[in-house]
Design a protein around this ligand. Structure first.
Ligand code: UDP
Ligand code: MG
Length: 165
């Protein structure tokens, strides 16, 4: 089945200069990159992204981690598109816990567990189709994605926006 999935290279990945390695590993999937950008993550965006984990003991540290408070204040967000995109990407990422992840997976090779118990596991990837849709819509506007994965509509915009001076 043709799918799309959200990938985030988390702040530890950027801080450790792993962007190239991670993208190279993901290219093994032969999937298409249909969107990519660097994002400075707000607390609101981090909390919305990880809203299912609210209430977990590591939640506050997890938000700080995604916001880059322990590394660099940026993440790289991408959308991968193609046959079985979700499972193909998750397989290369490896298990959530970097100590349990296959050593040749991205998380197994580069992840670590902090003394506070947060899994700094370098990469996020959507786990299923519902999550992928919610996450892609959260991180990207339709015009930022080459292949529109979901229905769109046009709307008159009256908001002020920043343009080049
Ligand atoms: N996480 C953590 N400790 C845990 C579980 C999760 O620090 O016991 C962090 C980890 O960074 C993980 C993220 O929370 O990637 C989201 O957790 P989830 O269970 O959704 O795992 P994922 O989908 O990322 O494999
Ligand atoms: Mg998850």
């Amino acid at each position: 089945m043709i799918q799309q999935t959200l990938v985030l290279i988390k702040p530890d990945g950027l801080k450790k200069s792993l962007t190239g390695n991670v993208l190279t590993r993901l290219s093994e999937t032969k999937l298409d990159i249909v969107a990519a950008k660097i994002v400075k993550v707000s607390k609101e965006l981090a909390a919305e992204h990880y809203r299912e984990l609210k209430g977990k003991p590591f939640f506050d540290d997890l938000l700080k981690y995604l916001m880059g408070e322990y590394h660099k204040k940026k993440v790289m967000a991408l959308v991968y598109y193609g046959e079985d995109a979700i499972d193909k990407v998750r397989k290369i990422c490896g298990a959530t816990n970097p100590e349990e992840a296959d050593a040749v997976s991205i998380r197994g090779a580069y992840g670590r567990i902090t003394t506070k118990g947060v899994y700094e596991n370098v990469i996020h990837a959507s786990a299923n189709m519902t999550e992928a849709e919610r996450e892609i819509k959260l991180w990207f506007q339709p015009d930022e994605i080459i292949e529109k994965p979901y229905p769109t509509k046009t709307q008159k915009a009256t908001l002020e926006k920043r343009v080049w001076a």
